[in-house]
Design a protein around this ligand. Structure first.
Ligand code: 13P
Length: 254
């Protein structure tokens, strides 16, 4: 049985003060019963990680960063490394998000280096993959996503894969209000699981959690999460509203 994960990607939103407000609301709105059934992760911006770490100290809520550099330290002005986020108790890091691929030019081989560095530092990478609208219209979505999975997970071991989470986020569904239908999403999750199986075998593929992301909200979450191969959600916009995020988590716990 794959335990569901609901992760909130706050992206470049929330100051120190408003992070505190949001996180306190989320903490107070979640019961222990729900937190036992579902893994919950919050990924605030770097500037709020220390604060978040303190606020969730005694709670069953995980903490993730939204990016890391591929090296542990050095002369890389403005960058943040895995040991730095580890020192703030981050257990997860989002890598290969389409916004980083698109706006910061991150190619698959760089994302692979970051994935390896996260694992080396005992941080669980959430590897994001997904096609653009143009790629889907040209019927290239399966090929593109297979490539992102294969290159993103290159040279990893079966042992490493116990700590890897994949997120399927179709670029055309992110922040647009257009969700992939539960069938469309599930089909892609099956394809991703097959790609993982080709690389690491069936047992690893069966145990790998694959999250869906892209306009998931409290209205459509239940239907998406009911699908066999959808093991949770990576939530953007709806994770910025405590009530919506809590409702999504509650529906994952059912
Ligand atoms: P939205 O939920 O705002 O569409 O964002 C999804 C996402 O990119 C999460 O990483």
């Amino acid at each position: 049985m794959r335990k569901k994960i609901i992760a909130g990607n706050w992206k470049m939103n929330k100051t120190f003060l408003t992070s505190r407000e949001l996180l306190l609301e989320v903490i107070h709105g979640l019961s222990n019963d729900v937190l036992d059934k579902t893994e919950v992760v919050v990924c605030p911006p770097f500037t709020s990680l220390a604060l978040a770490s303190e606020l969730i100290k005694d709670k069953k809520i995980g903490l993730g960063a939204q990016n890391i550099h591929q090296k542990d330290d050095g002369a890389y002005t403005g960058e943040i490394s895995a040991p730095m986020i580890k020192s703030l108790n981050c257990q997860y890091v989002i890598l290969g998000h389409s916004e980083r691929r698109q706006y910061f030019g991150e190619p698959n081989h760089l994302i692979n280096a970051k994935v390896k560095n996260a694992l080396k530092n005992e941080i669980k990478p959430i590897l994001c993959v997904g096609e653009t609208l143009e790629e889907r219209e040209k019927n290239l979505h399966l090929k593109i996503v297979d490539e992102q999975v294969t290159l993103g997970l290159k040279d990893l071991s079966v042992e490493n894969m116990k700590n890897v989470i994949v997120a399927y986020e179709p670029v055309w569904a992110i922040g647009t209000g257009k969700t992939a239908s539960p069938e469309q999403a599930n089909d892609m999750h099956v394809a991703i699981r097959e790609a993982v199986e080709n690389l690491f075998g069936k047992e690893t593929a069966d145990n790998t959690r694959i999250l869906y992301g892209g306009s998931m909200n409290d209205k459509n979450a239940s239907e998406l999460l009911a699908k066999q191969d959808i093991d949770g959600g990576l939530i953007g916009g709806a994770s910025l509203k405590a009530d919506s995020f809590i409702k999504i988590i509650n529906s994952a716990a059912k």
